[in-house]
Design a protein around this ligand. Sequence first.
Ligand SMILES: [Zn+2]
Length: 474
Amino acid sequence: MSVASSPFAADTAVGEVVADLEISRAWLVDPATGREGPGEIVVTDGMLESVVWLDGDEGSGIDERGVVVAPGFIDLHAHFREPGNEDAETVASGLAAAAHGGFTTVCLMPNTSPALDDPAVLARVEAAAGASGSPVRALAYGCVSAGRHGETLAALGELADAGVVGFSDDGSSVSSGPLLRNALAYAGALGLPVVDHPEEASLTAGAEANDGFVATVLGLKGWPAAAEEAAVARDIAILADVVRDVPGARLHLTHVSTAGALDLVRRAKSAGLPVTCDVTPHHLALTDEWLAGARRWAWEASGDPWADGALTAAPYASALRVNPPLRTAADAAACREALVDGTADAIATDHAPHTQVDKDVEFGLASNGISGIETALGVALAAVDGGLITLRRAVEALTVGPARVLGSAAVGREVGLVEGAPADLVVFDRSDGWTVAAEALRSRGKNSPLIGRELSGVVLLTIAAGRVAFDATA
Ligand SMILES: [Zn+2]
């Protein structure tokens, strides 16, 4: 297909300003105003010049099942592996993958090698992002602890001055209560959140799969929900203590995956504590049944893949090894319910690319993580297609939700279909689908359990800060 033949192509190379683009008769979703419906947009010289909503007959025949225009997505949690493990991902390949997934802003975790506990490492990441030519905005968290060793605080003030958007020891929980207490207080004084990966490590030593029926039958060592719930309870209790002295303290819990942990967050929010959380696409839609060889969505699962004849793939696929592990259908339902009722503020990908070498080993020895930034939209749309969440809520959780977690200063733009602002948006076609394949992924990490699966929703165009980030016709 030639570029000119598509009305949804920018006719411009990646990185260049979108000079002139008109998208007519699409379904617009603007979570900033809560409005969605048929409409048209015009982009001129990189600016979103007009957003026109079509009323009555003008909009007839246009529905949310066709071409959708939404603000560019924001990912609160991604691993781009540079510096230190560029075989798994580079900043450039990660940004290309992000754009292919519809993301225009990504927040990178600091568990690189060396860890991002020093402004010099941030400068390397920013230089790599600049050199990539991608207009996708790469933001980064700094470490909570020096070297991510969990012993002493990193230089949070210096990192904040250098431009990090929060602090995390992701990969692990902040190791001790006193360290978390100090981190919440200092980060709060700096106006930044602490992003914790909730896992009580003493309960997960050697753990391989969610503790339960599937792990027992497969002979995998159980990973108890209690490990996550104990950490979430600790974090919230410490936050409650810290906010009395430091009202600006903020805690964000990432990849929350159990019904019990989400209930703890729900109660803390209703008590008025400054806590937010995200859930991942894989915890919304996949379950531990997949380890046995089932490949049905969580909302179709029964919990016993052997009884139902659901097995369609080999067991122990290491692409499914992830931290926290894939949970039960009831936990996945709790993740979706948390999105619906606002307990979960965002969908974050936890994009965790790995090399084949780190994955082509026995299940329990494989590195944890799923390469997921390019399939997040398709998985979210599967939940929309299944009637589990609305399209508008899915878009909110990928845009204004994460923007609120970060704060407007960090995001640096108004998130929405804002006339007169630099265009920052994604165009995708829900009437079309694609087959996830290693060659189709821009990420160097091919460790996706969705390889071979058809996902609905094809990203046609991603525009970040007025520039082309991805164009399907290019
Ligand atoms: Zn994590």
